[in-house]
Ligand binder design. Structure first.
Ligand SMILES: [Zn+2]
Length: 409
């Protein structure tokens, strides 16, 4: 998994035994379909305080537990994602978890226990849950299970190329199965004007953020010439992405921030990105004010991502900033410019001088000089970075504070 992401949403870094208490169910979630009381389930095993049922069901998952060995006790779980009819969502969306001791299986029960009170309409958000489970709760639970298995060294078997791909596929499959609409996504985005006509879009789930921005971002700067500046279907992009990425389709959990100039939005409104728009794309387009010249998106409360995206917003809208940055970047030794270019191409950016220089300055605002592996640090590059950072601070120091406070509210 993307450990940095998991840590940032509170999924990693937990201490065993310090689980949040079971969700205070919100009034609307009362009387959930298929509500199951663990105590009423057949008991598979009990030891002290821990009582392990043979199965756990909620509207999103069916989990069957089995005892693999008695001394010492070792358990296995089969997790099956369910569709809106309570049937298996797809053959690929199931997990087998082996080698769980009592505390590991207690964590599995606690994680999936968070979902027991929910109804299907809480798929995207459930305000009554602890913060780490509030946003796309069933997907957040899956992330937590993968993290738990990694920390406790349990074996997890699944058919996808990575746990990230499993979670992204689950999210897309459920959105389709539940027929999640643009209206369902409305209200998940907070827009703040952080610089003149530059809007920061904040949403709490990386899945919502990534799936919302994907088509706009890739239309703007996909390295694939058949996609960049062309109408394309989501599945067309997915096929291309999977061909070059060993982790499979993990896009939503791969990128923490996004940046798009307004001409991309104009093209989208004119139907040039291809149709139909996905519900989240539709909801996003409607949410962006007509005067927006640049839109950035992020979800974590981390300053680096925000500053990186704000640097794009400033670069895309302020000629004076762009000129000052160009003067600073011109001081880079040519071999350093080339090395930075190679690093960016490796990260998946398109080989376009304007976009590469935009990224160079944005990474420098994050504090990064884009060194290649084994490359010796270059003092001139450090000075260029400091100079660009000072320029950024003079132009956008206040905007960072505005954007940060919007994220915290
Ligand atoms: Zn960037």
């Amino acid at each position: 998994m993307d450990l940095e992401y998991l840590a940032s949403v509170g999924i990693l870094g937990y201490q065993s035994g310090l689980w949040p208490s079971p969700c205070e169910s919100q009034p609307s979630a009362a009387g959930a379909e298929n509500e199951v009381d663990i105590a009423e389930q057949d008991e598979l095993f009990s030891s002290g305080e821990v009582r392990i049922p043979s199965a756990l069901n909620n509207v999103f998952f069916q989990i069957d537990f089995s005892l693999a060995s008695v001394a010492p006790p070792s358990f296995a779980a089969c997790v099956l994602a369910l569709n809106r009819h309570g049937l298996p969502l797809s053959k690929e969306l199931s997990l087998d978890i082996d080698d769980m001791d009592i505390s590991a299986i207690a964590e599995v029960l606690s994680v999936f226990g968070q979902l027991q009170q929910l109804q299907r309409h809480c798929f995207l958000a459930a305000t009554g849950l602890p913060p780490m489970f509030r946003h796309v709760p069933p997907a957040a639970s899956l992330c937590r299970i993968f993290a738990m298995a990694q920390v406790r060294r349990c074996k997890v078997h699944f058919q996808h190329s990575s746990s990230e791909e499993f979670v992204c596929s689950y999210f897309d499959a459920m959105c389709e199965d539940l027929q999640v609409s643009a209206r369902d996504f409305e209200g998940l985005y907070t827009l703040t004007e952080v610089l003149p006509s530059v809007y920061s879009v904040h949403t709490d789930s990386r899945l919502v953020l990534g799936s919302t921005f994907l088509r706009f971002q890739e239309y703007y700067e996909c390295p694939n010439p058949e996609i960049r500046h062309h109408a394309f279907e989501f599945n067309q992009f997915k096929t291309w992405y999977v061909q070059k990425n060993r982790g499979g389709f993990d896009y939503y959990l791969q990128w923490p921030g996004f940046n798009i100039p307004s001409w991309v939005l104009d093209d989208a409104r004119a139907g040039k990105l291809g149709s139909p728009l996905r519900p989240q794309e539709d909801a996003f387009l409607r949410a962006v004010p007509a005067d927006a010249k640049y839109v950035i998106g992020s979800c974590e409360k981390d300053l680096q991502t925000l500053q990186h995206e704000l640097a794009h917003g400033l670069y895309g809208t302020n000629e004076n900033y762009r000129e000052a940055v160009a003067q600073s970047l011109a001081k880079l030794p040519p071999r350093r410019w080339e090395a930075s270019r190679r690093v960016l191409l490796d990260l998946g950016y398109v080989d376009d001088k304007v976009i590469l220089e935009d990224e160079m300055q944005a990474y420098m605002i994050e504090g990064q000089c884009l060194y290649e592996e084994d490359e010796i640090e270059c003092p001139t590059t450090g000075r260029v970075r400091d100079e660009i950072y000072q320029t950024f601070n003079a132009f956008a120091g206040k905007a960072v504070l505005v954007a940060l406070s919007a994220h915290r509210s």
